[in-house]
Design a protein around this ligand. Structure first.
Ligand SMILES: [Zn+2]
Length: 248
């Protein structure tokens, strides 16, 4: 009987876990606000810390189960001049609307070589893109500005830190644990069938995106060895920080 009650209690606790961790995310006053961010229309360009505060204030009403990693390929590092974030975003929007026939810029979030992150297509609207509807319907698409194929742009430390940081934040916000089922690479999706093929896609039917040198490679093995551990470690760090913040 006692065991049964304990089991029921732990099940109830599990039900409330996302809510209680949400409580721990209350923003404390000494953290940076988003007031310093640059914004125009739907675009908000922020530091990763500003993005953290912004994200936890958002009420996301659609179900998010998949975080997508992409690289822009073009524009690439040579097009980034240090302060032209908005221009680059508008250029991508223009291309996505006029050339691809999508309703808006495809991606929800964009990261830049200087480590800034921009809210792009609103998070409450599913992304677009050649990855296909299966990946997009419950997805958040992150476009990382650069060409991260081997021999091209070498990712800056700032952008690297931001990609890990915002992916960890999204995992916390949406209750996701890093794995091939929750953080996906465009390379793992067949361009014709729009199904997930992981490492089995023939080269002529999959993109290299997010790049053959994205955190060391674009295979599932590389993601498991080089990317997910960094995200998992960052999730732990952020949760510890938030716990501390909520107690003070
Ligand atoms: Zn892609």
């Amino acid at each position: 009987m006692k065991q049964k009650i304990e089991l029921i209690m732990s099940m109830i606790l599990m039900l409330f876990l996302p809510i209680s961790s949400g409580y721990a995310m209350e923003i404390t006053e000494d953290e940076p606000s988003v007031e310093a961010a640059i914004s125009e229309g739907q675009y908000i360009v922020m530091t990763k810390e500003e993005f953290k505060n912004w994200l936890f204030r958002q009420n996301i009403t659609r179900k998010i189960m998949l975080i997508q990693q992409h690289h822009t390929w073009a524009p690439a590092y040579k097009h980034f001049k240090g302060s032209n974030h908005l221009n680059m975003l508008k250029g991508m929007e223009n291309f996505h609307v006029k050339e691809m026939g999508w309703k808006n810029i495809a991606q929800n979030l964009t990261t830049f070589p200087d480590g800034k992150v921009a809210v792009s297509r609103p998070l409450n609207i599913a992304p677009d893109g050649t990855i296909g509807p299966r990946a997009n319907s419950a997805g958040i698409a992150i476009e990382n500005v650069g060409n991260f194929d081997k021999g091209y742009d070498v990712m800056t430390k700032e952008q690297r830190d931001t990609i890990v940081y915002i992916t960890a934040l999204l995992c916390i916000k949406f209750g996701l644990t890093p794995s091939v089922d929750t953080i996906t690479y465009h390379h793992w999706w067949d361009l014709k069938t729009k199904e997930r093929v992981l490492d089995k896609g023939p080269d002529y039917n999959v993109k290299t995106c997010p790049g053959t040198n994205f955190f060391g490679g674009n295979s599932t093995k590389s993601a498991k060895e080089n990317f997910y551990p960094l995200v998992a470690q960052k999730i732990d760090e952020l949760l510890a920080e938030m716990k501390k913040g909520s107690k003070s």
